[in-house]
Design a protein around this ligand. Structure first.
Ligand SMILES: C[C@H](O)CC(=O)SCCNC(=O)CCNC(=O)[C@H](O)C(C)(C)COP(=O)(O)OP(=O)(O)OC[C@H]1O[C@@H](n2cnc3c(N)ncnc32)[C@H](O)[C@@H]1OP(=O)(O)O
Length: 754
């Protein structure tokens, strides 16, 4: 029988040189599999390298490999010290998150290794020979925690250092909660952990996390020398867990933690990991680092079973899965270089898209119809860029460089060498058709012809061209330079190369591209169009609007449906309602309310008056003077049963708002608008700010169960009408007991679309 760990003795060279510990069974041995390598030099330093492409994640077998290599290094007389590093320019992206996923799927926590004591403390920190961590590329999560247990850290420039575990619903589990405060002080450590904020090695050096920053090509040499200096007592042999000099007094600590608890309560609702992290840090500072480590370990193992961790880990993998698109990303195509992009229309969307492009070094030609609009567009871009500088999100030098990359124009003469055009004009079909016919003539034959339409059928937009294979939707979300989602909308004719190119541009400009099919509203707006409609329906059934918004905000969406309408502006609300009413007349709820609000001189945030009052410098306040207008609207359509407000619980309100969204999302899945259900999860999180700790709209729905959602919608459709009628997909899944996320036996409509 093959043992999990091949006996390495037979393959080791007895003297110096490379010794590999393959952490795979022999029959599976090949490059690219997790392994730990050890090389012992003439200087007596053993360089132990973690190798697990692409980010050197700490797979279970890596820990075994580390223990084995360390045991050997400690045993060998020719090894005086260790340098711990990672392969291919990266230290480590942390513990292997696939293991979390496996724990969630199986419910078996026993597969989680105990690494905090057995590796970080016993093997590295308390090892009888010193370790220097040589950091480059990135050292995140468990990766950084191994480095914190080392006796010194040397880093290459711009190495990313961080403990992002809280974004996965857990806390650092290999001593990070204890060692980081001891190395850089409590306030800064809290900032890094609670906000999962990475820092660079240069900042780490200033803070005392990193002992020296050296050029990449000198990293190993400098780390070896540092390790020898520790042996020769020219440098201190520091065990971070034993340090207390940066912690401050107990009353100070208690005070800082108390303030952090209050802030975390405000900033991170509905999730347990932030408070748990503070508990663990406090324990270690008050009762000693080793106590802290024991508590950290047990809290970590509890947190992994929380709904928040399940949702966040799902969100992590869902986001990464979006780049895998059958017949696009898996057919050997390479993305072409997109160096220059023309944008037509310098309004809110056009200027936002231009901003995103120039910030990533892509030249932009901005076209407008007259110099006044052009100037306005350029000024909007400048405003976006300078806004980022003033919020300290962009260095001034980079901002000035970016602004040199945009050029304004009033005609198509500058379009002759562009690689892509993104049309971002108003939603007007004849206008868009004319523009597409013009750009087909003005641009080179390889040029991608994209539209930022949020609703119009791309086949209609491209009807007057012969370039259907180059036509694609590039649906950005507002503000386009900030929102992370890019819907890449393909038609049946769009070529795989063009889809791949746009996905690649999306990644370059730091968006998450999600490939979707062509339909009214595409994935996000389509699935979420019932969001505000159900709110209006409830309002007209007698439910208080501010109660609805408050409950939805408590659920975790940043803006309740009414406040969202205020922020979007009523013009947008009227236009989109009309588009959805035309496409889906059987399930669109319409009331006179928005018309009445407009008549009353309200236009939401645009003029400071909507359901809320918007005043500069303060949070929007509910406006009681809107209530008589609501009463008028209620009287007009008169749908309250028996003329009395319905009685609903808080939970029912949330369900009556969100189950119709799930229902429409089911239709999106049924029609094959997205490649996989989890793409809709990613799109809902990034496009609608659906709480990531709930995993996305479909993941959340599956935690409730198709059956419950189906029965509730069925009941409400009998009571309140067709708006709630369950979709075929939902009914089928509920009846057959299949999760909504399970891959569909693709319907003919879906096959045709994707
Ligand atoms: C005990 C400990 O305290 C617990 C922990 O350490 S928990 C883990 C903490 N670490 C993290 O949260 C880091 C998570 N990873 C990231 O943030 C980013 O992947 C990164 C910054 C490392 C790299 O980003 P980027 O270069 O854009 O590559 P990205 O596409 O995200 O990842 C590349 C691949 O590595 C995988 N990957 C990244 N980090 C991973 C990890 N920690 N475990 C397993 N796989 C990981 C991704 O799933 C992806 O796989 P795929 O190609 O099959 O889709």
């Amino acid at each position: 029988m093959l043992s999990e760990f091949p006996d390495i003795k037979g393959r080791e060279k007895s003297g110096k040189g490379v010794v590999e510990c393959d952490t795979k069974p022999k029959h599976a041995l090949n490059i690219g599999q997790p392994r730990v390598i050890m090389e012992v030099g003439d200087d007596g330093v053993a360089v132990i390298t973690i190798s697990n492409p692409p980010v050197n994640a700490l797979a279970l077998t890596i820990f075994d490999g580390l223990k084995e290599k360390y045991a050997e290094a400690m045993r060998r007389d020719d090894v005086k010290a260790v340098v711990l590093t990672g392969d291919a320019g990266k230290f480590s992206g942390g513990f292997d998150i696939n293991v979390f996923e496996r724990v969630h799927r199986t419910g078996d926590g026993s597969i989680l290794p105990e690494t905090s004591i057995s590796v970080a403390v016993n093997v590295i920190e308390d090892g009888k020979k010193p370790t220097v961590a040589a950091l480059q590329g990135l050292a995140l999560g468990g990766g950084l925690e191994l480095a914190l247990a080392a006796h010194a850290r040397i880093a290459a420039p711009n190495t990313l250092l961080g403990l992002p575990e809280l974004t996965l619903g857990v806390i650092p589990g290999s001593g990070g909660t204890q060692r980081l405060p001891r190395l850089i002080g409590l306030p800064k450590a809290l900032e890094l952990m609670l906000f999962s904020k990475p820092i660079t090695s240069e900042e780490g050096n200033d803070l005392g996390l990193v002992d020296a920053v050296v050029p990449s090509d000198e990293l190993i040499k400098a780390s070896r020398q540092w390790a020898l200096d520790i042996i020769e007592r020219r440098k201190p042999w520091i065990r971070s867990l034993h340090r207390i000099d940066k912690l401050g007094s107990v009353p100070e600590v208690v005070d800082i933690i108390k303030t952090a608890r209050q802030q975390a309560k405000q900033s991170f609702k509905n999730v347990p990991q932030h408070q748990a992290c503070l508990d663990v840090i406090e324990e270690g500072i008050i009762h000693g680092g080793y106590h802290g480590i024991l508590k950290e370990s047990s809290v970590f193992k509890d947190l992994i079973f929380t709904d928040a961790s399940k949702g966040l880990v799902h969100a992590f993998f869902s986001q990464r899965a979006t780049s895998k698109v059958p017949n696009v990303s898996d057919i050997g195509l390479k993305p072409r270089k997109i160096l220059k992009v023309a944008i037509i229309g310098g309004g809110l969307m056009g200027s936002g898209i231009a901003t995103a492009l120039i910030l990533s070094d892509i030249y932009v030609i901005l076209k407008e119809i007259n110099s006044e609009y052009l100037l306005k567009g350029i000024k909007a871009i400048e405003g976006n860029v300078r806004g980022l500088v003033s919020r300290k999100k962009l260095p001034k030098g980079k901002a000035e460089k970016a602004l040199l990359m945009v050029k304004g124009t009033l005609d198509y003469s500058d379009f002759k060498d562009v690689d892509m055009v993104i049309e971002a004009v108003v939603e007007n079909i004849p206008l868009k058709q004319k523009i597409f016919a013009d750009i087909e003539k003005a641009c080179p034959p390889h040029c991608i012809l994209a539209s930022n339409t949020s609703t119009i059928d791309l086949n209609v937009i491209g009807e007057k061209t012969k370039s259907q294979d180059r036509i694609i939707g590039a649906h950005f979300f507002s503000p386009a330079h900030m929102m992370p989602l890019l819907e890449v909308v393909r038609t049946e004719e769009t070529s795989a190369q063009v889809i791949l190119d746009l996905m690649n541009v999306g990644k370059i400009i730091k968006k998450v591209p999600v490939v979707v099919g062509n339909c009214t509203g595409f994935a996000v707006n389509r699935a979420f169009f019932p969001y505000s409609q159900s709110a209006h329906l409830l309002l007209h059934l007698g439910v208080d609007l501010f109660r609805i918004d408050q409950l939805i905000s408590n659920f975790g969406l940043p803006l309740g449906p009414f406040q969202l309408q205020d922020v979007a502006g009523y013009g947008v609300v009227v236009a989109t309602t009309e588009i959805f009413r035309t496409s889906f007349p059987d399930r669109t709820f319409q009331s006179p309310l928005v018309g009445l609000l407009l008549k009353n001189g309200r236009n939401g945030k645009n003029n400071g008056k909507g359901y809320y009052i918007f005043e500069k410098g303060s949070k929007p306040k509910p406006d009681p003077s809107v209530l008589p207008i609501i009463e008028e609207s209620r009287r007009t359509i008169n749908i309250m049963p028996g003329g009395k407000p319905i009685s609903v619980t808080d939970e029912e309100i949330i369900q009556m708002i969100l189950f119709p969204v799930v229902n429409e999302a089911c239709r999106v899945l049924d029609e094959g608008v997205v490649v996989r259900a989890s793409d809709l999860d990613t799109a809902s999180i990034l496009g609608m700010s659906f709480p990531s700790y709930r995993g996305g709209i479909i993941f959340w729905a599956d935690t409730i169960g198709a059956d419950i959602i189906y029965k509730s919608l069925q009941k409400w459709s009998e009571l309140y009408g067709n708006f709630f009628r369950p979709s075929r997909y939902l009914e089928e899944r509920a009846t057959r007991g299949i999760p909504l996320s399970a891959p569909a036996a693709t319907s003919p409509a879906a096959k045709a679309r994707l």
